[in-house]
Ligand binder design. Structure first.
Ligand SMILES: Cc1cc2nc3c(=O)[nH]c(=O)nc-3n(C[C@H](O)[C@H](O)[C@H](O)COP(=O)(O)O)c2cc1C
Length: 199
């Protein structure tokens, strides 16, 4: 099949787009509002876009608490979503009022970040401490609820749980990161393969 993405006339019961860009890493984003209230939410329109300096981006469908907080206070943390934390990741995606602390909602302990004010998820094996760089507004076709936007952050601090560093390398499969597919589907990385680039 082929369909017109502007008209979105795929004829399927559910829009297939997100099932086609897979697997998407999940940025589990902690941030602070100007009044100091804490926020945590998963974003799977998320990725790293550059290294040295490292940049990450996430996409917000409409103006949600994370983007509002980050634009207000200028910092955020991207925690790694893992198999062990999958239920908590999901719980923090609940639509709740801006002041509600999703760490508490999901029974998660916080740990202090080093270079930014928002806390990290203590049980997550990786956290990127980020400085807000800019918001890129995306012209939408049918985003009646405020349009989509991409938040760009520069990574200034990286936390890695030492238990996942073996012989100078991060053991990705041992961390069991989860990733988003389409619908309500997820993938888990618990196996890797290696392939060297040609000379
Ligand atoms: C695994 C997962 C990934 C998600 N990815 C996104 C995303 O990329 N963009 C988005 O706008 N919402 C996404 N959501 C929904 C948000 O997490 C949800 O709207 C949440 O309430 C936003 O929280 P906030 O208002 O505290 O920022 C995702 C939900 C889940 C469970």
């Amino acid at each position: 099949m082929h369909y017109d993405a502007t008209r979105n006339d795929h004829g399927l019961a559910i829009d297939p787009f997100k099932a086609l860009v897979v697997p998407r890493p999940i940025g589990w984003i902690s941030s602070l509002a100007g009044d100091g209230s804490v926020n945590l939410a998963p974003y799977s329109f998320f990725n790293a876009m550059a290294e040295r300096p490292a940049y990450v981006v996430f996409g917000s469908a409409g103006r949600k608490d994370s983007i509002a907080n980050i634009e207000e206070t200028g910092e955020f943390v991207c925690n790694l979503a893992t198999w062990a934390l999958r239920e908590a990741v999901n719980a923090t995606s609940a639509t709740v009022a801006r002041g509600v602390d999703e760490f508490e909602l999901a029974g998660l302990a916080r740990a202090a970040s080093r270079f930014v004010k928002p806390p990290r998820v203590a049980a997550s094996p990786v956290a990127f401490e980020c400085i807000y760089e800019q918001t890129v507004k995306l012209a939408g076709h049918d985003h009646a609820a405020g349009g989509s936007a991409v938040v760009v952050g520069r990574v200034v601090g990286v936390y890695i749980d030492d238990r996942f560093i073996h012989e100078g390398r991060v053991d990705t499969a041992a961390m069991k990161p989860i990733a988003r597919l389409g619908y309500s589907e997820y993938a888990v990385v618990d196996e890797v393969f290696r392939m060297r680039r040609p000379d």
